[in-house]
Design a protein around this ligand. Structure first.
Ligand SMILES: Nc1ncnc2c1ncn2[C@@H]1O[C@H](COP(=O)(O)OP(=O)(O)O)[C@@H](O)[C@H]1O
Ligand SMILES: [Mg+2]
Length: 328
């Protein structure tokens, strides 16, 4: 297999051809939304500026995809104001990408959407890794990664300047993922994406929005900065809680309270252990990331390191989930 990500310059040219939007790309004031009169979230304010690269995070089911529906205009908010800026051209990468006319080939689809002849179609598709006979695959038979690449390839021809993506790296193979990341890095417009993918967030985002029931929190910086901030907030809460406990500990007598106290001790111990494990895992992850970014690895080794990285990240996420679940 050829090295999939060497054609950076061409991608860059493609991405630069879209006209820029105004400075204000999207603003939301006091937005609430939900289904069947049941509210998912409220008081959402958002102020997105040209070239912002924002990761939208929040627990499953909180309404992130719903928020996208509001932006795309396929759903109305229950309350509040939403405004898209001047000359904003949205490109939307859905979570489950579907193509009309499933029997069409990649080439026929691309030709139908762009009107280009076969030659230009093939060379544009090749930049997104559809090489040789790949262009004769039916769109319905494409893998997750291929669907993402095809959509991206098309969007880059459509002069978009505001890219909205819903969990773009789910079910995406490594070459497609690398292609996606590189394309995003070179994209000349505004990006808003939903993701749980810590690696993607760190590589792309310079701002993080966290959606919760009562609004949107805005964090400057990448995922590491976001997590550090969350941790320090949690730490402060834990300190408060333990000061509180100290006071109560002065005069506890009955066995119920004793039992609770022991459970609390175990919880705190477990948290400390988890924090230690997380720190160790982080060192391992950055070692592998260092290998990935720092050197000229052969393709096979690169793939191996990615596998290791993915395994480490998922171990990390498991630890993190456990850690978060012990906070309340
Ligand atoms: N069309 C719909 N009708 C009713 N409920 C929906 C609809 N779409 C999503 N929901 C519900 O709204 C909640 C938020 O969904 P979603 O926006 O997809 O969350 P997220 O993307 O943050 O995981 C979920 O509980 C989901 O089941
Ligand atoms: Mg969703």
């Amino acid at each position: 297999m050829d090295k999939p990500f060497e054609d950076q310059s061409n991608i860059k040219l493609n991405f630069e051809s879209s006209g820029r939007s105004g400075k204000e790309v999207l603003s939301m004031e006091n937005i609430s939304a939900g289904y069947d009169k049941i509210e998912l979230f409220k008081n959402v304010d958002m102020d997105l500026r040209f070239k912002d690269r924002v990761a939208l995070v929040g627990r499953n089911g909180i309404g992130k995809s719903t928020l996208f529906k509001l932006i795309l205009g396929t759903m109305e908010p229950m309350d509040g104001r939403l405004r898209l800026g001047a000359r904003t051209h949205i490109g939307y990468l859905a979570q489950d990408i579907a193509f009309e006319e499933p029997d069409r080939t990649v080439l026929a689809y691309f030709n139908g959407e762009t009107g280009y002849n076969e030659g230009p179609c093939r060379s544009k598709l090749a930049r997104f890794l559809f090489i040789g006979d790949d262009v004769y695959k039916k769109v319905s038979s494409l893998s997750g990664g291929e669907k993402v690449r095809l959509k991206l390839c098309l969007m880059m021809e459509q002069g978009i300047n505001f890219l909205i993506m819903d969990e773009p790296t789910n079910h995406v193979d490594i070459p497609s993922r690398e292609m996606l990341e590189m394309a995003l890095e070179n994209f000349d417009g505004t990006i808003l994406f939903i993701s749980h993918d810590r690696y993607l967030i760190n590589r792309i985002a310079d701002r993080i929005f966290e959606l919760s029931e009562d609004g949107l929190k805005d964090f400057e910086g990448n995922y590491e900065a976001f997590r550090a901030l969350k941790e320090s907030l949690l730490q402060a809460r834990m300190n408060e809680a333990s000061a509180e406990k100290e006071k109560r500990a002065q005069n506890y007598r009955d066995s119920d309270e004793k039992r609770l106290k022991n459970a609390e001790k175990r919880r705190v111990k477990k948290l400390e252990k988890l924090e230690q494990d997380l720190a160790e895992k982080e060192v391992e992850i950055s070692d592998v990331e260092g290998k990935l970014h720092g050197s000229e690895l052969e393709y096979d080794d690169l793939m191996k390191q990615y596998d290791i990285l993915n395994a480490l990240k998922s171990e990390y996420d498991t630890l993190m989930e456990e850690w978060v679940s012990l906070q309340d």
